[in-house]
Structures are given as C-alpha cells and as structure tokens.
Design a protein around this ligand. Structure first.
Ligand code: NAD
Length: 496
C-alpha cells in the first residue's frame, strides 16, 4: 500500500491531512494506494513556492527551458513501457492502449521542446517614419492544471510541459482516481533537470480545486473533465479574473454513408466505440447510418459481439474495466433507461464477467439501434462501451441532427465521395472532424479544438493556441533618435 506523496518545492512529501481517498485497481477493486486531500497549509506552500520560483524561471533562457523538455522526452521514451504498466494497473486500460496514452503525451513534450520558435513574436520595421514595432510573448506566472481520470499520462502532459516551457511555473491537481501515473511523470521531470519549484503537485478533490480557482497568485487554469465540473471551473475561474481553458464532455457522431467501404466502417466503429471501455472524450458513441448503410447494423452487432473486455495484460482483451463500481452502475442504469425509452437493445453488456477477475467493473459491448434525440442514451455522455445507432435518409439530415447536439468535440464521416466529405467538413459544427478516420485527435503541432459544450474558453490545448494561452503578448513601439532626425511636438495620436 502506497501513500501518494505531494510534490512541493521540489520535494516529494507526505501530506499531514486526515482525509485520504482510496486508489483502486478497477479490474479487481483492490485498494492499491491512498491519495491525500492536501491541507490548506500544503496548498499555500505549493502556491507560494511556485510564485517564488517563477521569478527565476522566467529569466531562464528559452533554449535552456527547451533543453529540459528534450531531456524529458528522452527519459519518457526510455521509461515508456514502465509508465504504461503503472497506468494500465490503475486505469485498467489494456497495455497497448496504455502505451498509446503515454505516447500521445510524449508527442506534446516533443512539441514543447520547440518553444524558442513557438514563442517568437512579430516585427514590422518603419510602421511610421523611423519607428519600429515588435512583439514578445512573456509567461503569465503560476498556472494550474486539473486533470481527469481517463488519460492520466496524456492530459497532464498536454498542460505542464507547454506552460513550463513558456516560462511559467505550474501546479498540477491530477485525478484522485489514478494519481500514480502522474507521480511517475513528475519523478522523471525532476530527473530531466527541471529546477525545484517549477512544477508542484497537489492532490485532492473539490476543496483543493477551489483554492486553485480563487487564489490570486494563479493566473491561468487548464481543466479537462466532465461537463458540470467544466462549466463550474470556467465560471469560477473567470469570475476570479483568471484565464481559463476548460475541456469538457462529448457525444461524438460518426456518419456512415452508403458509398463507404463497409468493412472499414465496421472496424472503425468497433475500435472507436468500445476502445478504452468507451471512456474517451473522442470515443464514437453515436453512429448515424444514412440510407442503405442502415443494412449494415446487424454486421456491426456481429463484430461487436466478438470483442470482450479483460485484464490489462490479457492480449486478447479489446478493452478493460470501467474506472469504478459507480461508473459501472451508471452505465448499466443508462442501458436500462435506453431500453425503457424504446431503443432497440441489440447487444446487452450488462452482467458481464471476466474469468479470473470476478470483482472488476466489467461492462460488455452494448449496441442500441433506433435511438432518437429525446432518449437519455442520446442526450447523456454514457462514457462506457455503448454504441447508439441512429438512422436518417440523407447527409443533410445527419448534419442537422449533429449540429443540434450541444456537444462539439469530435466527429467523423465515412464515405468514398469527395463531395459528401467536403460538404460535411464545411457544414458540421464540431471542432475536430475525421474523414474516414474515426477518432480525429490532432497531433500536437495543431491544437485540440473541441467546440460548443465540449469546450469553454478560446485558446485550446497544445499547438500554437496553447502557447498563446500560457503567455501574454507585449508589443513595443520604438524610435531611436539620431543627429539627422527632425522631431516636432505631436499633438495627435498619429505616429508620423
Ligand atoms: P470529472 O469532472 O469528474 O473530474 C475531473 C477533475 O475535476 C478531477 O481532477 C476531479 O478531482 C476534479 N473535480 C471533480 N469534481 C469537482 C468539483 N465538483 N469541483 C472541482 N473539481 C472537481 O471528470 P472525470 O470523470 O475524471 O473524467 C471524465 C470526463 O472528462 C468525461 O466527461 C470526458 O468526456 C471528459 N474529458 C474531456 C476531454 C476533452 O478534451 N474534452 C478529454 C478527456 C476527458
């Protein structure tokens, strides 16, 4: 049994709190660690030290900051499988999927190593006679990140490497459900030569988050998690005059056109709907079959019926357990509601068991057809291995349905028609679109651009937008006098 430490002022320390939360292995529900709810004093020490460290870190040359990221990238790669194993045990993800979680985070660190070019400002000479204007990007100060359970490597790595490379200091509050992976990430960050105090880690839940949202020393907050909490974070953070980027829940649709390749569609739907037990913000949870494509639903059912969940190191398992018994109960109760509200339950994953792991939070692949927009299985983010099929007559109808959804994280269309694909990418009101790609998560040189109820804020994660989020722009207009220059008094605001 491990008590997860806090990381304050460059030291791993045991919390003095009397409030601890169990961390469990979701495949067995055994308690594998305990995570503290940091005390007020510990929160204040982390914030004070991050503020103090900012004074020296922001003066550290940008190339030195970049080199920390280069060493960090190398260390993460060296320890890739070991981190993935920790991750798989505390999330239940299969080993392959856990490796993907780590790898997508490493790619962000690679991107952060390019910080000198990413922070470059703009210049124009002679904006007026002998006057030049140029801009710099400067760090904000102490930034904070609050992360969800479902990507305990990738999502912390969306945040602190970019913020810190920009010259900020950072306080991370990882999910209390799987804090062991972020702890390992932080140990390696220290090993990469990050100065003490540049990164702090506090643990806990709402009380600790509230401190980060209200303390005036925190200048910017990055959040990823569920819709109600995401709204709360955005409203509270901005009310306290902070910059906030808040990534929230989703309901992602895949449109299946009758001219698509049937086998590609089936493969894509199976992986994108039940992969990671459907616990991905970019999971495909709704398939919209257009016209004759509806005839393929029985084959989707056959394909889904062949996959099964299992332990993280079971090579035959397609996915793992849900994160907690509560998450499993919620998904099972939504399945019951879907059936009660008249959706056709073609495949029922309730009551799923896995040999040798009788106590895990298992839900088998589940398929509904005949789903309509009023049903709860459509309106709610189920966050389980459940695929809802909807049937429409035309692409226009599919677009209208999806544009009426309050969410806008990701979507995809499967088609062999360029005209349909072009129309879809243009008209759809969703921030990340895949064309014959089921889960279109952009690589870090772009940004992760959810829309509508899936994102509150304006600058998104990683890419150029993250650098803008974590910096201020300073614009300098300068004139140097010399002997041949004539300058009169100027009573207007024009630069002459
Ligand atoms: P969650 O909202 O329950 O928790 C996220 C974080 O917020 C955790 O660190 C938690 O401790 C904290 N938190 C929880 N309740 C809080 C409260 N009342 N006040 C303040 N802080 C609180 O989310 P989760 O269950 O860990 O993650 C799953 C959700 O995250 C899903 O909805 C998923 O779609 C979403 N998600 C979104 C994206 C995206 O990019 N849009 C990516 C991954 C996950």
């Amino acid at each position: 049994m491990k008590n997860v430490p806090l990381y304050i002022a460059g030291e791993f320390v045991q919390s003095q709190t009397d409030k601890w939360i169990d961390v469990t292995n979701p495949a067995t529900n055994e308690v594998i660690a305990k995570v503290p709810c940091a005390t007020d004093d510990e929160m204040q020490r982390a914030i004070a030290n991050a503020s103090e460290t900012f004074k020296s870190w922001k003066e550290t040359p940008v190339s030195e900051r970049a080199r920390v990221m280069m060493r960090y990238q190398a260390l993460l790669k060296e320890h890739h499988d070991e981190i993935a194993e920790i991750l798989a045990q505390e999330t239940g993800k299969t080993f392959e999927d856990a490796k993907g979680d780590v790898w997508r985070g490493i790619e962000v660190v690679e991107h952060a190593a390019n910080i000198p070019s990413l922070m470059m400002g703009e210049t124009v000479e002679n904006v007026a006679r002998e006057i030049d204007t140029y801009s710099y990007t400067q760090p904000l100060g102490v930034c904070a990140g609050i992360t969800p359970f479902n990507f305990p490597a990738m999502i912390p790595l969306w945040m602190f490497p970019v913020a810190i490379a920009c010259g900020n200091t950072f306080i991370l509050k990882p999910s209390e459900q799987d804090p062991l992976t972020p702890t390992r990430l932080v140990e390696l960050f220290e090993q990469a030569g990050a100065p003490k105090g540049v990164l702090q880690v506090v643990h806990g839940a709402k009380d600790q988050v509230d401190t980060l949202l209200t303390d005036p020393a925190i200048k910017a907050v990055s959040f990823v998690g569920s819709v109600p909490v995401g709204r709360y974070i955005y409203e509270t953070g901005t009310k306290n005059m902070k910059r906030v980027q808040s990534f929230a829940g989703a309901k992602n649709h895949m449109v299946v056109m009758p001219d698509a390749d049937k086998q590609q569609v089936i493969n894509a739907l199976v992986g994108a709907s039940v992969g990671a037990a459907g616990q991905r913000c970019m999971a495909i949870s709704v398939a919209v079959f257009v016209g004759a494509a509806q005839e393929w639903i029985p084959e989707v059912k056959d394909a889904l019926a062949k996959v099964r969940p299992g332990g993280w190191n079971d090579k035959e398992a397609a996915y793992g357990p849900l994160i907690s018994p509560q998450a499993k109960d919620r998904v099972e109760s939504l399945i019951a509601t879907g059936e009660g509200q008249g959706a056709k339950l073609l495949l029922d994953g309730r009551g799923c068991t896995v040999d040798g792991l009788p106590d895990g939070n298992w839900v088998g692949p589940t398929l509904f057809a005949g789903v309509t927009p009023e049903m709860d299985v459509y309106k709610e983010e189920i966050f389980g291995p459940v695929l809802c099929c909807m049937e429409v007559d035309s692409l226009g109808e599919a677009i209208e349905l999806i544009n009426n959804s309050p969410y806008g994280n990701g979507t995809s269309i499967f088609t062999n028609c360029g005209g349909s694909a072009r129309r879809y990418q243009h008209e759809i009101e969703v921030g990340q679109v895949g064309i014959n790609i089921p889960v279109p998560v952009p690589l870090p040189f772009f940004s992760f651009t959810g829309w509508k109820g899936s994102f509150y804020g304006d600058q998104h994660a990683y890419g150029k937008q993250a650098v803008r989020f974590y910096t201020e722009t300073k614009t300098i207009t300068s004139r140097w006098f010399h002997s041949e220059m004539e300058v009169d008094a100027n009573f207007s605001i024009n630069l002459r």
